[in-house]
Write a protein that binds this ligand. Structure first.
Ligand code: NAD
Ligand code: UDP
Ligand code: UDP
Length: 343
């Protein structure tokens, strides 16, 4: 009983935010949902390097064992095949909730499943956080701003989202996930953090996931034309994955709920991105125009003043520096190890 009371007291203190950061960090038990995916696996690497006990929860919809295989056999690492739409009992200190397909091609594949993952999955992980007094971080998205009428986007902007469109399963799903997160915070005193992530790229992205950076890089490497949707004048701002992981960890460890935009303000049209890929991989890579998809946001660029001020965070790796790191990973995975040296 003494041990249980001690644990309960610890939980109460944690809920009240009274345990100093230094103490929290020691031997922390951290769950990463979606930890076998692109962003999740890079986050897991950082947490493992810091000495945390990490539990990855993933249903392998878009994630792969290969992304975390290098931790197999490490007693601090556990991998659970589990769908977050189903309840889950664990004892942990922190929950990084990433489980959700992120590429439009993947999240449109089964839209009902996507919105269930965002709503029921997030509800379950918040229920878990409430039960054990864990701190919960939601990876929301710049898509909550929809096709934005304000540029760049500030966290106080409420967005311009189509509630009945083909992207709604994802962007309305994430908006509801944010709502649930704030309601558990206000109503059940769960410690929460919200990140709004802007387009992120890097090694371990699915090669054929349909996102623009992975498409252009894979196409240029395979000597296929790069498919530019629409007139190619729409913009995105591309962040290298290590910058994002640093931002997520600072947010989790810091004292601010958010939401915080985490993205690189460097803005590119899709035609400009194609040019960077040509310069990096093959100056002769061709471009082919394709019809654009419905409800494609015309522009997107984060205002990161809030993260700079309150988290002391800003991205360090510009596109022209980050892209080659991704290209060498894609080269290895597409052609095998032999060609990896001629990057
Ligand atoms: P990803 O598809 O590589 O990773 C998602 C992971 O979640 C995969 O491992 C997948 O198998 C798992 N997953 C999906 N549904 C699940 C379910 N129901 N139960 C358990 N696991 C499930 O995508 P990513 O780029 O690594 O994105 C991670 C998170 O970051 C997502 O929540 C995404 O919405 C958010 N995000 C990413 C970006 C980006 O540009 N990469 C931008 C904005 C937001
Ligand atoms: N839940 C979970 N793991 C836990 C605690 C709760 O998966 O450790 C789920 C639970 O099954 C429920 C959801 O989280 O569907 C919300 O839980 P909460 O306790 O907030 O609500 P209630 O169960 O009272 O509806
Ligand atoms: N896009 C493109 N060619 C592709 C894939 C995407 O021109 O092969 C465009 C797409 O129309 C959008 C932008 O690139 O304007 C970013 O798309 P992505 O799917 O990467 O992410 P989004 O920001 O739309 O979620």
């Amino acid at each position: 009983p003494g041990v249980v009371e001690g644990q309960q007291e610890q939980r109460r203190m944690r809920v009240a935010g009274k345990v100093p950061l230094g103490l929290r960090r020691k031997g922390q038990r951290v769950v990463v949902t979606g930890g076998a995916g692109f962003v999740g696996s890079h986050l897991v690497d950082r947490l493992m390097a810091r000495g945390d006990s990490v539990i990855v929860v993933d249903n392998f919809f878009t994630g792969r064992k290969e992304n975390v295989m290098h931790h197999f056999g490490n007693p601090n690492f556990e991998l659970i095949r589990h769908d977050v739409v189903e309840p889950l009992l664990l004892e942990v200190d922190q929950i990084y909730h990433l489980a959700c397909p992120a590429s439009p091609v993947h999240y449109k594949f089964n839209p009902v499943k996507t919105i269930k993952t965002n709503v029921v999955g997030t509800l379950n992980m918040l229920g878990l956080a409430k039960r054990v007094g864990a701190r919960f971080l939601l990876t929301s998205t710049s898509e909550v701003y929809g096709d934005p009428l304000q540029h760049p986007q500030v966290e106080t902007y409420w967005g311009n989202v189509n509630p009945i469109g083909v992207r709604s399963c994802y962007d309305e799903g994430k908006r509801t996930a944010e709502t649930l997160t704030m309601d558990y915070h206000r109503g059940a005193q769960v410690e929460v953090r919200i990140a709004r992530i802007f387009n992120t790229y890097g090694p371990r992205m699915c090669i054929d996931d349909g996102r623009v950076v992975s498409n252009f890089v894979a196409q240029a490497l395979r000597k296929e034309p790069m498919t530019v949707y629409g007139d190619g004048k729409q913009t995105r701002s591309f962040q290298y994955v290590s910058d994002l992981v640093e931002g997520l960890m600072r947010l989790m460890e810091g004292e601010h709920v958010g939401p915080f935009n985490l993205g690189n303000p460097g803005e590119f049209t899709m035609l400009e991105l194609a040019k960077v890929v040509q310069d990096t991989i093959d100056p002769n890579a061709r471009i082919e125009f394709r019809e654009n998809t419905a409800d494609d946001p015309h522009k997107r660029k984060p205002d990161i003043s809030k993260a700079k001020e309150l988290l002391g965070w800003e991205p360090k790796i510009p596109l022209r520096q980050g892209l080659p790191l991704m290209v060498s990973d894609f080269r290895k995975r597409i052609f095998g190890d032999r060609s990896s040296t001629d990057t």
